[in-house]
Ligand binder design. Sequence first.
Ligand code: AVI
Length: 356
Amino acid sequence: MKVKVLTQPDSYSEDNYGKKAQLTPASLSIDMTDSSFHLASPSTIDLNQQPNQQIINEILHTLTLPQKELNSKYLYDSSGLDLFYRICQLPEYYLYEQETSLLANAAQLLAGKFYSEIDLVEFGAGSAIKAQYLLDKLPRIKTYHPIDLITAQINARLETFTQRYPQLEIVPLEADITQKLKLPKLSHSIKLGLFTGSIIGNLSNSDALDFLNQVRRILGKGSYLLIGVDNKKPASILHLAYNDPNGLTQAFNLNILTHLNRLTGSDFDITQFEHYAFYNPERSRVEMHLVSRCEQVVNIDGHNIYFAEGESIHTENAYKFTKQTFSHLAAKAGWQINESWHSDNSHYSLYLLVTK
Ligand code: AVI
């Protein structure tokens, strides 16, 4: 196995909470059944960094909008990531389990579909567990390009990969997948992208379009993208998935304030905020908010942020799709559906897109 680790200084040298530090899909590709994943470094923003003025300014700006909001990237400090891993194990949070079983089916079919050598490019690779479904079944994958903000998880896995895929060349790239990416030349005749976890749902429509456009440009004409998408479904199911009775999603959401306190020295009292997640049918998305339990003032870097009782901070969107809305989005970015796999209850889908 040959391994080269590339970094992308132009995006990576920005400060740790600058534009590059978007929600890190990378951190979300985790095999909950794999006991080693906890040992790998979490692929998330380093939360213990010194705050800088740019971060504080960004937070002050979004917390003084008429609808207060926080970028969902702040959900993913190491505690947030750990809570997310645990959410993935919950039966109410069907996404993870359904996607992995679809991936196993997809890998089987792709093995009979692709007869030439393949470059596999994974956007947000995390610990590369999901890629293993493909690598196990598709020996024609000759080069694997895991892209992640931090490649520590994949690096931690290299030893296993050496034994498991002795012929595979691995070229990790440290970069934020939502920023402009520069990959080395992809030399095999089939270019296959992988983007799992329904992370596409956490992007705004325009960011999702930018992302899909960028992937098409990187992989080139005739390339494929295997992507996991969460579907529209009865609100009660979504409600349960984002309001689990164990309170893990609540803890995950509230943790953003603890993270902010550590990051900016702010004095949020998390007992004075309440997790609130609901399906917004007009926008086809689950929205997560934190609602102030009382009238209160929070101090951030010497600035007082006023909260009325019942006022919320919007912390995350998770868009849900139908085949039609997803294919429309994909088409706008130059992709069309080539194959699709749907879970038995149609709650989750995996699409193989091909460039138009
Ligand atoms: C990472 N992302 C796809 C998850 C989602 O479902 O939107 C994050 C999450 N938020 C609440 N629960 C899980």
